[in-house]
Design a protein around this ligand. Structure first.
Ligand SMILES: [Zn+2]
Ligand SMILES: [Zn+2]
Length: 234
């Protein structure tokens, strides 16, 4: 069988090429000719049909597919349907076993499914020994945090060359103005006033700054755009 590493779904010789061509895949398989693809499939003995549920039940976990290590298996005689959540299991009882009391304790198994489309029925698998299981609750939280951070990751704008003149600096010619001056002295001139300087100067400057920040929301967009534009008046 074939497995799409990107979508983590199982594919057959019949569906493989269509799958990588139709979905948004980063690997440029699309240029692969159909004849070549089928020749490779033949050589590797890739199946053209999906395995049946009898073939799948209790097999070693298939590499490349997600593994659900806490799946619930229906305990009603002869049923053995598997679901990944209690909600789904309750729905199953509602439809298939109406009137049968819903158990409070479920049998837990490891399960997989071939895809999320026409082969989404879970089947029981033997879990490989290397399935990662965090030991402490704290680990879960850390992992979750890292995953959230990765999902939300925003690449900061990074300017590798501190001497780079952006459009604003080029326009305002600040670089030309400060050329030849003592930088420490210039820094001291733009530094926030200290508490020991002119009475209330520090507090006043901070107040002006705060009022300016608060006013951003009430300032007309056209003025904000003007302040933010690359085309400042010379
Ligand atoms: Zn895929
Ligand atoms: Zn059932």
């Amino acid at each position: 069988m074939l497995c799409c590493a990107q979508c983590r779904v199982l594919l057959t010789a019949q569906t493989g090429l269509t799958h990588v061509r139709s979905a948004a895949h980063t690997v440029p398989y699309a240029r692969l000719s159909e004849d070549k693809y089928h020749n490779v499939c033949n050589e590797l003995g890739i199946r053209t049909d999906y395995p049946t549920s009898q073939e799948l039940d209790g097999i070693e976990a298939l590499s490349g597919l997600d593994i659900y290590t806490m799946a619930l298996i229906c305990g009603v005689d002869g049923c053995s349907m598997i679901f990944a959540s209690r909600g789904a299991m309750r729905k199953h009882y509602d439809v298939m076993h109406k009137g049968v009391p819903i158990p409070t304790i479920w049998h837990i198994v490891s399960a997989q499914r071939l895809d999320n489309g026409s082969h989404k029925t879970y089947f029981r698998v033997i879990e490989p020994s290397y399935v990662f299981r965090p030991v402490l609750n704290k680990d879960w939280i850390d992992i979750l945090d890292i995953r959230i951070d990765n999902a939300m990751k925003i690449d900061p704008l990074f300017n590798s060359d501190p001497r780079y003149l952006n459009a604003l600096l080029t326009k305002t010619k600040w670089a030309d103005h400060v050329k030849g001056h003592d930088l420490d002295e210039l820094h001291s001139l733009v530094r926030l006033p200290g508490a020991e300087e002119f009475p209330l100067l520090k507090e006043t400057i901070e107040w002006i700054f705060e009022v300016a920040m608060i006013s951003i929301d009430g300032t007309p967009a056209i003025i904000l755009q003007r302040l933010n534009t690359k085309e400042l008046a010379p």
